[in-house]
Write a new protein. Structure first.
Length: 457
């Protein structure tokens, strides 16, 4: 059965569920038949669990009870979120204590609307990695390439895969230094990195409490706008014209070491915006190189993860993926004064970034400068370390400056893999970014830069 999902937006599917022309159980079945175990999207694939939820949503609709726009919608959840009835591994080799099954506000919002949780998707161990690899579990396939096993992007490594295979129509991830935007960019999907503190982190295994943000991945910007409104409550306005829109072009830092075809796709997208009447100009964010250098030395993420594991899960330290351990140790011996000084510096640069962004309506940059590398190329630790930091470069500095961001697909690079355009805005500008992203999406589709998904598999 393909009709309920092929070529349908979340908005259209939700409307059909509400008017009874589509039943939640039929939608659940239509998405479940698309599951490909070999793609390894899920740590905990839960078809029977999902069907029970679909039946509950169906019964509610039949009784005239409509609890929200996500009622009956299949949604995957990153294996950091607590979900009652499903184990939490956080990418580690064994299940975390039962307390980590407790549902926080984000999952409760899904429950309150009778959404359908399809299962728990894979994550890099304790979310500390940008490529999506794991020593403990099978690495999800980036299914945009069905012949070469390429990096799916991390740390929400199974989230994009679940969307592309079609088992989920919305995916919950988390983003600390790029963990929603990188897998979205790598898999040709849309990823929203929210402002720190906007959505609750309660019920989510932490990486860096100072930087962690819940986020979402979707098949289109319109889907992201629809889901954001359902989860957040703020309305996403419609932007009908891009005339006189002030678009800042990120400085060369964001374009260094781009893979063949990445910069070219960005240039094409920028050209389309200019042709639509947007006003373009360069804009530099303060301290990007400095922030990235600090991240090489552990930033504040490594010491915060080290504290969490040492204090809350000490028995998990001996089994850490060696690559996670190597990054963890880079910050484990950081003096308290230097940790605090780094936080002060982040805040100062963040304030300067907000001031700089006031000069434009949006800043654009490549989401990830590199093509998704083949997993075989990552066997060497030095190569992994270099490419992991490159994958994180353009997203992590945005996080450290306290900004919010959206990535949307804009075509393919020379390797035939997706390229993402990152839209960057000041804190709490999510609705504005989604509005602009939706307008960009329409423009790019009209100009053949981006092809709207006609199917999800």
């Amino acid at each position: 059965m393909s009709g309920p999902v092929d070529g349908q937006s979340l908005r259209e599917i939700s409307r059909q569920l509400a008017d009874g022309s589509l039943r939640p159980v039929a939608l659940c079945e239509a998405t479940q038949v698309r599951h490909e175990p070999s793609l390894n999207a899920y740590k905990s694939w839960a078809p029977a669990y999902a069907r029970r939820q679909a039946e509950a949503a169906d019964a509610a609709f039949s009784a005239g009870i409509h609890l929200g726009a996500l009622q009956g919608i299949p949604i995957s959840v990153k294996d950091l979120y607590g979900v009652a009835g499903l184990p939490t591994f956080a990418g580690s080799p064994r299940e975390l204590p039962a307390a980590w099954r407790r549902e926080g506000p984000m999952v409760r919002r899904l429950r309150g609307q009778l959404a359908v949780v399809t299962g728990k998707t894979h994550t890099v161990e304790f979310a500390f990695g940008g490529l999506g690899t794991s020593m403990h579990w099978p690495v999800p396939w980036n299914s945009r390439d069905r012949t070469v096993h390429r990096a799916p992007g991390g740390s929400s490594s199974g989230a994009g895969a679940s969307l592309v295979e079609g088992t989920a129509l919305l995916a919950f991830g988390t983003d600390t230094g790029g963990s929603v935007r990188i897998p979205a960019s790598f898999t040709g999907t849309v990823g929203l990195k929210t402002t720190w503190g906007r959505w609750s982190l309660d019920g989510i295994v932490p990486l860096s409490p100072s930087l962690d943000t819940p986020g979402i991945l979707t098949r289109s910007v319109d889907d992201a706008a629809f889901a954001f409104e359902a989860l957040d409550g703020e309305t996403v306005p419609d932007v009908e014209s891009l005339a006189n829109l002030r678009v800042g072009i990120a400085e060369s830092f964001f374009f260094d070491e781009t893979s063949p075809g990445v910069a070219e796709r960005i240039d094409e997208a920028i050209g389309a915006l200019e042709a639509a009447g947007a006003s373009l100009g360069p804009l530099a964010l303060p301290g990007c190189a400095e922030l990235f250098d600090l991240y090489h030395r552990g930033g504040i993420v490594a010491p915060e993860l080290f504290r969490f594991l040492t204090c809350d899960l000490p028995e998990w330290l001996p089994t850490l993926d060696p690559r996670v351990r190597a990054r963890l140790e880079a910050g484990s011996a950081l003096p308290a004064w230097e940790y605090l000084q780094r936080k002060v510096r982040y805040a100062a640069l963040g304030a300067a970034a907000i001031e700089a962004l006031a000069k434009v309506d949006v800043l654009v940059a490549p989401t990830v400068p590199i093509t998704p590398p083949p997993i075989a190329d990552l066997a060497d630790d030095a190569t992994y370390a270099r490419l992991n930091m490159l994958a994180l470069r353009n997203t992590c500095v945005v996080s450290f400056l306290g900004l919010c961001a959206l990535t949307l697909p804009i075509g393919s690079d020379a390797a035939g893999m997706p390229v993402g355009l990152q839209l960057i805005g000041p804190p709490h500008s999510e609705a504005r970014l989604l509005a602009l992203g939706r307008a960009f999406e329409r423009l790019f589709a009209a100009r053949g830069i981006w092809e709207p998904p006609t199917h999800v598999a």
